[in-house]
Design a protein around this ligand. Structure first.
Ligand code: ADP
Ligand code: MG
Length: 184
């Protein structure tokens, strides 16, 4: 079983490969409706409807190198195993949104995993991409925007190790707070 954070990382790699400059990631813990929703929205090159139909086929890729990621097909299989599913909306030249839904209390629903490390690593490795992370949980809401942080750094690069560590702590502590300290 994989963590939600690993699906997140894999889907964000698709957005980066599609040339996105702004990537909005969100996790919504809608406990009342028994749903956990992971959404990745990008302004990359997008896909036409035929391609959107094809991409949850486990053998489909436009990459020519060996498959290394988990891929959309795996995310779909994980979601379906938890009474959920995957929903893709995309427009060529505009961008893509991939939403992965799980039944929140399903016994096989993956844990969140290390979202703090994942976002911090994404920012550190892609300093010119704007990452917006929103997390809504029963205890509140967390929002992080790498461009807003960059603007407050007065010249210090966002991929400076101290800044990356600050981002990891900010997100980790934020998630703990809104989750009521339940950890991963
Ligand atoms: N956010 C996205 N924007 C544009 N194209 C995408 C996006 N996500 C997936 N794709 C397309 O769908 C294909 C399949 O994605 P995936 O299942 O993750 O496998 P892989 O990344 O290994 O090719 C990609 O090769 C790409 O062409
Ligand atoms: Mg991929």
């Amino acid at each position: 079983m994989e963590d939600i954070s690993l699906y997140m990382l894999d889907l964000v790699q698709n957005s980066i490969a599609a040339g996105a400059t702004i990537i909005e990631i969100s996790v919504i813990e809608d406990v009342q409706n028994d749903k956990l929703i992971l959404s990745i929205k990008d302004n990359g090159r997008g896909m036409d409807p035929q391609m959107v139909k094809k991409i949850t086929d486990p053998f489909y890729t436009t990459r020519t190198t060996r498959r290394v990621g988990l891929g959309l097909a795996f995310a779909e299989a994980a979601a379906q195993a938890c009474d959920g599913g995957i929903y893709i909306s995309s427009q060529p030249g505009k961008g893509t949104e991939v939403r992965v839904e799980f039944k929140y209390h399903h016994i096989d629903r993956p844990p969140l995993g290390r979202i703090d490390q994942t976002i911090a690593a994404l920012v550190a490795c892609n300093p010119s991409i704007e990452f917006v992370y929103t997390h809504i949980a029963p205890g509140g809401r967390l929002r992080f925007d790498s461009r807003e942080v960059q603007q407050r750094l007065e010249g210090l690069p966002i991929d400076h190790p101290d800044v990356v560590e600050w981002i990891r702590e900010y997100i980790g502590e934020g998630i703990d707070e809104i989750s009521g300290g339940g950890g991963v």
